[in-house]
Design a protein around this ligand. Structure first.
Ligand SMILES: [Zn+2]
Length: 91
C-alpha cells in the first residue's frame, strides 16, 4: 500500500481537524515519511491481525511531547480514493 504525504496531510486536516494531542493538547504532529522518498508516508505492518489479515499502520508523533498516534492506512486510502485532490487547488 502507498500513501502520498500530501494526501495524508489532506486527510488529517480534513477528517481530524481538531486532532490535538491528548497528552499535551498541542496540535503539532509529525507524519512518518519514507527515508528514500519523502513524498511517501512510511507505513508499518500491524502486529495485530483482523480475520487473519495484518494491516498497515501510519504513525504520527507529537512533535512536542512525543506521544504516538496510530491510524490504519486502510482508512486513509479509502478516504483518499474517494476524495481526489482538485488539480486546480492552490498548494
Ligand atoms: Zn503532545
Amino acid at each position: 500500500m502507498i500513501i502520498n504525504f500530501r494526501d495524508a496531510v489532506r486527510f488529517f486536516t480534513t477528517v481530524t481537524p481538531a486532532g490535538h494531542c491528548p497528552m499535551c493538547k498541542n496540535n503539532n504532529w509529525g507524519i512518518a515519511i519514507q527515508e528514500e522518498d519523502k513524498t511517501l508516508c512510511y507505513l508499518t505492518l500491524s502486529t495485530n491481525q483482523q480475520n487473519g489479515i495484518r494491516s498497515y499502520d501510519l504513525h504520527l508523533t507529537c512533535n512536542d511531547c512525543g506521544y504516538l498516534r496510530v491510524h490504519r492506512a486502510k482508512a486513509l486510502k479509502a478516504w483518499i480514493d474517494s476524495n481526489e485532490e482538485d488539480p486546480g487547488e492552490p498548494v
